[in-house]
Design a binder for this molecule. Sequence first.
Ligand SMILES: [Zn+2]
Length: 298
Amino acid sequence: MKKIKKIDIHAHCNIYGDIAPNYLYNPTTLITPEKLLEFYDKLNIEKGVLLPIVSPDAHHQLLTSEATKTAVDKYPDRFLWFCNADPRQYATGKNDKPDYKHIIAHYKSLGAKGFGEFTTNLPVEDERMQRLFGICQELNLPVTIHISPAVGTSYGIVDDKGLPQLEKTLKKFPKLKILGHSQLFWTEISKSDKRELYPWGKVEEGNLARLLRDNENLLCDVSAGSGNRAFMRDPEYCAKFVEEFSDRIFYGCDICSELNTHPFVFEEFLDKMVEDKMISIDNYNKFVRLNAEKLLGL
Ligand SMILES: [Zn+2]
């Protein structure tokens, strides 16, 4: 069977990759657009959504919106992009209520399709964060989030177990679409999970399904070890989850290094789920491509 070409909802690349420093834990740096496209060709991915990284707590390299757009301009058939900003910027001195609208509207006018990866290490309910969510709703830009357990622990927007602050935000901004991503988003899939990085084993339906049922504007970014493993850990639950939320799940990779292998493992898993008829071909097509086409207006 010839499979539909995929869209990767979660990608990063560095046009300066050749001169950037290596990671602490492996001898590579953030992947270049060219190397990322080699992955895409092997994984039957037509396009990826490039996400800038602008919070200093997030990474050893900042990826500006401008550099990200430059990669898109070089390969316009292969990449789309979201823009990014950090609400702590400009927040000093007299101007303690900075207005980001003109910045984000500027990027939107240049073609940005959304906002993220939002990794600012502040509580979701912080006024600066809420203002930013409001602007994205006003500008009709979906937001991709990475969740952290507490300020000062790891990068990401901060919420408690059960994601109560996120839920309040979803209700306050009902037209804002939020793409949930990261370990602490996906540990909500199972009741039994502690807030640890990569839980495994059978899923006992957790808070995530309820959040999705109660909040139509919550979407799932199934990228990275966190999203991929949340699907792979329990194929029966995965089948149910995909069936119920087939319009709100988005295939993604989050390839950060040329040594990453997780997208190939996930590829094998998905193929088997389709072959075993645990995921219908219609839902597979929505998951790997059609939902993204709709969200991004392609
Ligand atoms: Zn990412």
